[in-house]
Write a protein that binds this ligand. Structure first.
Ligand SMILES: [Zn+2]
Length: 262
């Protein structure tokens, strides 16, 4: 073998090694490192075990706490509503630091099923920032497969310990069900048919809507455990508490109700 032949062989071998390294790097990116970064961005990675309990911010920091009990979560909501009512909400934290922390995963303390009414926004009513409430909003705060599935996801996957079914005074959807007027579309007809105003309504027109709202909230609360085995299992075992409530548009107060017995 002459000198040039040996040199050519060394060059070919070096090229093979370099190509191999490039291919290995590409493989690692596709199967691991590269994708992990992308997943983190879109929130697909599992929540790290040490992720803070997302609660109302205390001086800009997430509260470092393990999972709350249902009663602790309820207490947080009651405290937040009291701050809201007394015009002393904590400053909502919308800083990028909080967003970045929450991008790692969510751990909301309560599911809130409530009406779409623009005056009844749960995050504001309970004085809570990003990542604290898992909110499902539909006119009349009624249930349905998508609603129950969303709740199931929150309690089973996110370990959320509390479910609040929140109606509100002067609800237009409940009012429509009460009046029984013809609806302009099948979709609206279907929605209104899901609202239960109850049969024990007073004759007094000034209180009838309040009573209907109250009855509908209790009925929708009952449906959760009737329509979802997962919600029922979590409630029976005490892992989740389900609380009906009515928000007063004028006073800002959330009135907590006793669920109906079976
Ligand atoms: Zn409403």
């Amino acid at each position: 073998m002459n000198h040039n032949g040996l040199w050519n062989r060394i060059r070919v071998a070096a090229m093979v090694v370099i190509l191999g390294m490039v291919a290995a790097g590409l493989f690692a990116y596709v199967t691991g490192g590269g994708r992990a970064g992308a997943d983190e961005e879109v929130g697909l990675r599992p929540r790290p075990a040490n992720l803070a309990q997302a609660d109302e911010p205390a001086n800009g920091k997430l509260t470092q706490k393990a999972s709350l009990t249902p009663d602790e979560a309820l207490k947080r909501l009651k405290e937040g509503n009291a701050r809201f009512v007394s015009d002393m909400p904590k400053e909502a934290e919308l800083a990028s630091k909080k967003r970045i922390e929450l991008a790692q995963g969510q751990r909301p303390i309560a599911v809130v099923l409530t009406c779409s009414d623009s005056r009844a926004a749960p995050e504001i009513v309970f004085d809570k920032g990003l990542g604290v409430l898992f909110v499902i909003r539909v006119a009349g705060n009624v249930g349905g497969p998508e609603v129950y599935a969303s709740i199931e996801y929150a309690i089973a996957e996110l370990k959320t310990p509390l479910i609040v079914v929140l109606g509100h005074t002067n609800c237009g959807a409940v009012g429509a069900a009460l009046k029984g007027t013809e609806q302009p579309s099948d979709n609206l007809k279907e929605l209104v048919s899901l609202i239960h105003t109850g049969s024990d309504l007073p004759k007094d027109k000034s209180t009838v809507l309040d009573d209907a709202v109250h009855n509908n909230v209790l009925y929708q609360t009952q449906l959760l455990t009737r329509q979802s085995k997962i919600i029922k299992d979590f409630a029976v075992s005490g892992r989740v508490k389900i609380v009906p409530a009515v928000y007063n548009l004028k006073s800002g107060v959330v009135n907590w109700l006793e669920p109906r017995k079976k």
